[in-house]
Design a protein around this ligand. Sequence first.
Ligand code: GCO
Length: 475
Amino acid sequence: RERKPFPADFLWGAASAAYQVEGAWDADGKGPSVWDIFTREPGRTFQGSNGEVAVDHYHRFEEDVALMAEMGLKAYRFSVSWPRIFPTGRGAPNEAGLAFYERLIDALRAHGIEPVLTLYHWDLPQALQDEYGGWESRRIIADFEHYCVTLFQRFGGKVKWWVSLNEQNYNLTNAYQLGTHPPAVQDRKRFFAANHVAFLANATVIAAFRRHVPDGHIGPSFAYSPAYPASCDPAELLAFENAEEFTNHWWLGTYCFGRYPRGTLAWLRETGEAPEIMPGDEAILRAGTPDFVGINYYQTLTYTTNALDGVTMQRINTTGEKGTTPSSGVPGLYRTLPNPRVETTNWDWAIDPVGLRIGLRRLSSRYALPILITENGLGEFDTLTEDERVHDDYRIDYLRRHIEACRDGISDGVQLLGYCAWSFTDILSWLNGYQKRYGFVYVDRDEHDPRDLRRVRKDSFYWYRRVIASGGVDL
Ligand code: GCO
């Protein structure tokens, strides 16, 4: 059947996050974030890589915005670093930090590029972690609101698209279950408690946003991995349903309906892992539901029952080696399993454009909200040739197939607002360092000359420019 075209006002974008690109980790009064401190601990990240310099976007943003303009980007998603604005998390704002983002926003707007501002992309002020345990304390709600309102007041007139929390699900799973993000805890009870606080903080700032930026749009970015059953065995289908509830709707349902899904909540009450819900909490959640669902889509995940204990998954770990790790899951509910029907990236993420179409349809019919793809892209090793080119046809192929899936989704009736490819320039991969590249623009971090950081347009840069110019026709 004929596919519908992309809407004329579709947000053709690309994305980044402060810690992954800015560098300048202590410039102009910025305070340390939990990532500045965590990456100094041995063994946490690939070769101890960190964002102290990153790709030095803080000092080179004008050059980067000029490249975005050359590419014809319609939207650029970036995050604000909380400790640049409040070095210790609260108190009086640091004007130099605000001024940096003001210059960035003005540069984008001067080129007709819509800023999409993420309020929180994991770089919590270390002071708040030390003082009260960060996301584990309800005290963060007021501090986060104060920080966000400062940005709403300063930038609300110029920025109309806002993302509240980025990947609360992925970040807190790593931080409180797997122990791979700061504060590196492995405790499911604390995991659900921290999530509860994050849900309240998210809803509180969305409610505040309505008062300060009534003509703007806001929503969270969710790391969305649609679930698949491993077979048509009813027991596996049930495991898949369990995974879908626990790994997706627990978050999305709470965001969008302002109420925890009752089935999962009952289960967590039985296991003693449910968060403490105080009177009034659900009213806060209901008062702060989003305008759109932001999704970061990278892959689908396939599930089986726990009967298959001992299943392993291939994965590149932080030593950069390919290793085998036990598959993850929740006892009695579900367990992940490699999907033999899809290819995987070098980091063993399933490459599954059809999964994107499926996911868009599931979310659209369940939540009936517009969807913004806030991230999608391919992390790979890239090679810079002698004549300064990067032939990343594998990335073009990946992006093309996912953009086609978006068009299919639109034809299926999904209200899709835009597509932000991850990422614009190469970035620091949180755990995998600088060897895992995502950008349209290569950044040379030659170890012999780490301060060079030269920008080189990859083949995908020219390709995406054509896609945008043709409104998504010329793929
Ligand atoms: C990585 C990840 C990130 C995320 C992004 C999530 O390799 O570190 O892929 O780059 O995609 O930060 O919002």
